[in-house]
Design a protein. Structure first.
Length: 240
């Protein structure tokens, strides 16, 4: 966190008369190289003249936030949470010879899946991480249909008309992209997005983070022409 950003945090708390508690405030540095993560204990941070801690893991909003985004642990936590929710739904009747599989699928899609994905690091997911999330959903669908454990998860999804977890994540990322683009030009988050997007255009091989991930999704679903048109003309298709 630069000195400018720390100053903005302090000035914001003064402007809105927020009580700043240094004991409940920590610094989390995301996206650092592994060589720099070990330096966390040696760095000092000051906001408003008060020293605050830097952590690699911090519990907030009901979950643990990990600065190492490449770690497998957050995905394992999400998968464990999804398994617990699936067991709970099965106990409520979402199983073979119980509730209708179509109703059970709707409950999974509207309740269980969002809760499983909440707080998980979903940007730049690799195949290993995604497979662990897919496995949780496949097991639940097989339980709903009374299928054997060796039955293909794709077959179960096809019977119930459900998307893969990866496709659901991609859909949410595309919705997030549209909100960024369609926001007012004066919005800070849109301006930050445009800066990062333009940096990617000039250095596509050096920029990391969510922008390359969004580009990959657009290319995957043959939607890049809309982004290219937006970059050239500033026009983006409406929802209709």
């Amino acid at each position: 966190m630069s000195r400018l950003k720390r100053g903005l945090v302090h000035n914001y708390s003064l402007k809105w008369r927020l009580t700043f508690n240094e004991k409940k405030t920590v610094v989390l540095t995301f996206g650092e190289k592994r060589d720099n993560i070990s330096a966390i204990t040696n760095r000092g941070w000051l906001i408003g003249g008060k020293e605050i801690m830097e952590k690699s893991i911090w519990h907030n909003l009901g979950k643990d936030w990990h600065t190492d985004v490449s770690s497998l642990f957050p995905i394992l936590e999400a998968a464990k949470k999804g398994q617990a929710i699936g067991i709970g739904l099965a106990n409520l009747g979402c199983r073979f010879n119980g509730m209708s599989p179509l109703v059970a699928t709707k409950l999974w899609a509207r309740i269980a899946l969002p809760k499983m994905l909440y707080g998980a690091e979903l940007w730049t997911l690799n195949r290993e991480k995604l497979s662990k999330l897919e496995k949780v959903q496949n097991i639940f669908l097989r339980v709903c249909l009374g299928l054997l454990s060796g039955t293909s998860g794709s077959a179960a999804r096809g019977l119930l008309g459900l998307w893969t977890v990866g496709a659901e994540i991609d859909k949410r990322k595309l919705l997030f992209l549209r909100q960024l683009i369609c926001a007012s030009e004066d919005c800070v988050h849109r301006r930050v997005f445009m800066i990062r997007l333009n940096r990617w255009r000039w250095n596509p091989n050096k920029i990391t983070g969510f922008v390359p991930d969004l580009v990959r999704i657009l290319q995957k679903y043959c939607l890049w022409e809309y982004m290219d048109n937006f970059l050239q003309s500033g026009n983006f298709p409406s929802k209709s």
